[in-house]
Design a protein around this ligand. Sequence first.
Ligand code: PLP
Length: 486
Amino acid sequence: MKPGPKEKSAITGTQALVTAPSNNGNGFAHYKPAADKPFIQIAERMQHISYAIRDMVALAQKVQATGKKVHWFNIGDPGVFGFDPPAQIKMAIAQALRFKFSGYAPSQGDPLLRLIVAKNEGVDVGRVFITEGLSEGIDFAIQALVNQGENVLLPAPGYPLYNTKMKAIFAKANFYRTDENFQPDLDDMRARINESTKAICIINPNNPTGAVYSRQTLQQIAEIAAEYKLPIIADEIYSELTIDGEPTESMASIAKDVPVIVGKGLSKNFIYPGARVGYLAIHGPESDKLAVEMSKLGNARLSTNWETQLGGWFAFKMHQNEREGRNGRENLFAEFDQLGSLATPFVKEQYRKFIPAVDAVLNYVQSQEGYKTVHGQIDDFRSELRIRRDLVHNGLNSIEGIHCPKPEGAFYAFARVENDTFATDTEFANHLLEKTGVFVVPGSGFAPNLPGKFFRLVFLAEQSELQEAMGKIDDYMHETITSHRA
Ligand code: PLP
């Protein structure tokens, strides 16, 4: 309703505020809710929020309640399967707490951690943002770049958080196809770019497929990005967890003439998802422009745990030293010396106590029998992954009606169900869970319109459990195929 003269002045005039009969003083007209108006009216965006990885948990709990053993192969958390972060990182965190790093860290991240990340990434420290896991980094990247109705090229299949975040801001996931070995289909990628495309996202190594991209593929993606003037979001959270070869080469070292937002963290490479420490490093042209916006997003919320960020500083420090053949304890003060105005005098004072304390404890730990470097502990993890990957890859491929390309990184197998008993892969995954207790995530949770029925299996469980589950899937497939043929 158009406001009358009195109501209109009520919006701005104090005098009129008192006298305005049909205005509650804040500029909104008075209204009376309908008698049947619910208290809670759910936001429209919630219709689009779902998360396949966890959505089936209720069913798994039901199955477990019947007394059946559930094989929780749905979630990529090494901690659930008994893997532990390197002991040195935990030790540094304990020291950080001892020296009172228990408050809110600076919004852009702990300065020591930012400095070492900046050094590793080869960017200015102003281009590094520490986030609450890479999950928050993904949110930052999408928020800073994408408007309602615009789109980002995402791999199909890919990590579902990207799609979820896009939906929440009424933007569109623009899924590019991957081939039978889950390598990006570059013609499809190119064909999908339109004027509303804001970025190309790659996940390398990939979740959910374990695919690792070749240098040539990365180069070609960089060329497409340059041609269409698009930034690249390079999710490299599994970069160290290549099962057969060297850690993956960063997109930033290949795509020099386009902006590349690299995302990494402690969750996977350092086996420490609960630390909630991730980072974004912005490379290439126009990175200043983006850094300003990332800074704003950082300022608009409170930081992730300070103590685990210092665990992160130590993890990167040790890893870098050891990889370059040095004792992990070398150069512990290198970042301290570069702090400048990044840290307040109080924080510098705390670092002055914290760093020698870490040094002393590490010195002691290094002298103990059985000491393992951070690098060595990650290598052990990769060796375990290799054994489990081989077991699952061979196991799945020996089952009639299942085909699984070889995962080369991370800890996921993405297999195809070549059996038409089930109309959808969700039906397959639900039925498999109910009948056998093997909990896998349907492929459709990682992208719509995949060319077939797929499931993702996390192979972090112990060999004996994986073996047991392979047997159950085999029996199950045998039974469903036989009963289907009968
Ligand atoms: N990116 C990918 C590809 C992931 O698989 C995950 C977690 O599984 C994340 C990002 C989020 O990781 P974080 O634990 O750092 O939030």
